[in-house]
Design a binder for this molecule. Sequence first.
Ligand SMILES: NC(=O)c1ccc[n+]([C@@H]2O[C@H](COP(=O)([O-])OP(=O)(O)OC[C@H]3O[C@@H](n4cnc5c(N)ncnc54)[C@H](OP(=O)(O)O)[C@@H]3O)[C@@H](O)[C@H]2O)c1
Length: 307
Amino acid sequence: MSLVLISGGTGLIGTNITQKLVKKGYQVVILTRNDRTSTNPSVSFSKWDIDNQIIDEELVATADYIIHLAGANVAEKRWSKKRKKEILGSRVKSGELLCKAILKNTNRLKAFVSASAIGWYGPDPEIPNPTPFREEMPHFNDFLGISCYQWENSLQSIERAGIRLIKLRTGIVLSKEGGAIKEFKKPIKYGFATVMGNGKQMVSWIHIDDLARLYVTALENNRFKGVYNAVAPALVNNANFIRELARQMKGKFFTEIKIPKSVLKLVLGEMSIEVLKSATVSSEKLTQEGFIFQYPTLSAALEEILN
Ligand SMILES: NC(=O)c1ccc[n+]([C@@H]2O[C@H](COP(=O)([O-])OP(=O)(O)OC[C@H]3O[C@@H](n4cnc5c(N)ncnc54)[C@H](OP(=O)(O)O)[C@@H]3O)[C@@H](O)[C@H]2O)c1
């Protein structure tokens, strides 16, 4: 039975991946900062301390695969100086800790799959129909772009050691368990479809089941190597996203309201970039690799999530 070690596996994405791996017969060990116990015999927890660089090195040496998801949530709190340090440090320091442990014994590890984010690319250029962002494009020079670069870069020694390294630059994950959809749904419940800014900004999204299947595919399939954009093929703009969600939740019975950019900036601070930025990201490399999306369109994804 192969062992998969998942850092940050207690979160939104890790929970779904764990379920899929267990169904396929894998043994899963989750690296967590807290004391936890499992009731599932196929899942266990191992405590690590990233700040003090403490990890169970023997456990790392027995892993067949590693999935790296750990990191302070980007959308949870305003981006104060302290929070920015935490967002970046939690990813880079945890990556470095994993690398150090892996390099002590590389005999068993077959692949390492890490989360990254489409924040790598920055905003679309302000021209009609911008070229979708592809994996070979350089990182943008803002907080998210630089953070994604340092996050991905912290793992390069794994590749140099000859281990298959895959990085999934992930878009906004749609799930019924939480994340962005939970927030978008709140005003719609009261009949208000709240479009952010002018609503023209493109949203690069992915259904959580497709993303979790992609992690498992990347882990199992030797063809997967390097960076992939983890976004669905049919992207929509923010206004159409919110309208489709409102239509599926309320039929015709909702009022559309535009929240001005200035208000969002006031309420969310620098983090407002997350909802105001247009990002058209290409999924072509994934589809060329043969990955088939179960939820390629927003309407299909929302139907599954809302039902
Ligand atoms: N969800 C999205 O829309 C999205 C989009 C793009 C990229 N991603 C990336 O995918 C990864 C997983 O996302 P997710 O949505 O599953 O995140 P999540 O629900 O916030 O879970 C992340 C996990 O990381 C651990 N963690 C939290 N703060 C930490 C800190 N300061 N230091 C170290 N570990 C910390 C936590 O595990 P413990 O408390 O058990 O330690 C947590 O369960 C993240 O790196 C995220 O940036 C997510």
